[in-house]
Design a protein around this ligand. Sequence first.
Ligand SMILES: Nc1ncnc2c1ncn2[C@@H]1O[C@H](COP(=O)(O)OP(=O)(O)OP(=O)(O)O)[C@@H](O)[C@H]1O
Ligand SMILES: [Mg+2]
Length: 332
Amino acid sequence: MSGLTKILDIENLNVSFYSDSVKTKVVKDISLEVYDGEILAIVGESGSGKSVAMKSVMDLLPVYAKVSADRFLFEGKKFLEIKGKEKRQILGNDIAMIFQDPMTALNPVKKIGDHLIENIRRHNKMSKKQAESLAIEMLERVGIPSPEKRMKQYPHEFSGGMRQRVLIAMALCSRPRLLIADEPTTALDVTIQAQILKLLKNLHETEKMNIVLITHDLGVVASIADRIAVMYGGRIMETGTKDEILYNAQHPYTKALLKAIPGTENGKKCKLEPIPGSVPQMKDMESGCPFYSRCEHAGEACLCEFGATHDYSDTHKSYCMNDLKQLNERGA
Ligand SMILES: Nc1ncnc2c1ncn2[C@@H]1O[C@H](COP(=O)(O)OP(=O)(O)OP(=O)(O)O)[C@@H](O)[C@H]1O
Ligand SMILES: [Mg+2]
C-alpha cells in the first residue's frame, strides 16, 4: 500500500474509561490506516471496541475517556493536538459519522426538509431557497422517491431504511473526505441492508468519499469493503485485503468468526459453528491475548503477552503468539 495517500493514520491508539478512579482500557494499541479511495471495514463481536475507536476520531467520547496515540493524523494533521475552531471545522466538514439507529439522530418534531436545509446552510453560504433545491437533489441522490413531498414529512413517516438514507444525505451535505458508518444496516432487514450498502458503495465511487464501515457481520463487508481490520477485546487481531481475510485468514479468531457466518469458509459452504464461550469483560483482559479463554490453541504465553506480529504480505498482518504457519499446516 506504499505510495497511497493516507487519510487517517493511527498508530498505537489507546482509549481508557475512568470511573471511581478505576481505569478500564477498552482500546489497546491499535494501529490502522484509511487510504484515499478505499472502504475499510472494522469487524468484530459486540464490545470489541469498534465504536469507541472510531468515536475517538469524531471527538464523541465522554469526558471520562482518555485517548492517547503515538500517531494520530487526519490528512497529515496531528489530530489529537488540534482544538477549538479548527477541530470543529474538520469535524463539521471533513469527517461525518452515521449510526445504527437513525431515529435518535433525527428530531421527531422537525420535518425532514428542515433537517437537511439547516445542515446544508451550516456548511454552505446559500439562501433558504437554494438550500431547499439542494436538499431535494440530495434526497434524490440517496434514492428517496418523490423528494419534494418527502421534504414536508416527519421522521416517523419514514421507514428505517429511508431514515438511514436521510442521514446519509445529511452526511453528504458537507462533502466529507471520510464517512464513518457505524453499523448502518444492523437495524434493517436484509433487502434494505443490501440497498443501503449499494448506495454507500455508489457514493464512495461518485463522490470520492472514503468510508470506514463498522460491522459485526463479515457477510456485510464481503459486498463492499476493500480492506478489513478484525477487532476483538480492544485489539486488532488481523488486517488484510478483503480477499486475504475472507479466503486466507490466519488468526484463530478470524477463522472462528468466518465459521460463524453461513457458507464462507474458503468460499465453500460449511457448517455454522458458533465461537465457544462469550466475550470476556474488558477488565478481565488487561494483558495477554483477549481471545485466550476461547481459543483452542492458547498456551501459557498468550496469557501474559499479546500476539507477535506475523506479516504475510504488504497488506496482511496477524497478531498471535502461536506459530501460525505450523497451526495452519496442521489444518487447525
Ligand atoms: N461511554 C462509555 N463508558 C464506559 N464504557 C464504555 C462506554 N462506551 C463503551 N464502553 C465500553 O467499551 C467497550 C467497547 O465498546 P464499543 O461500544 O466500542 O464496542 P463495539 O465493538 O462497538 O460493540 P457493538 O458491536 O455492540 O457496538 C465495551 O466494553 C463497552 O462496555
Ligand atoms: Mg458499536
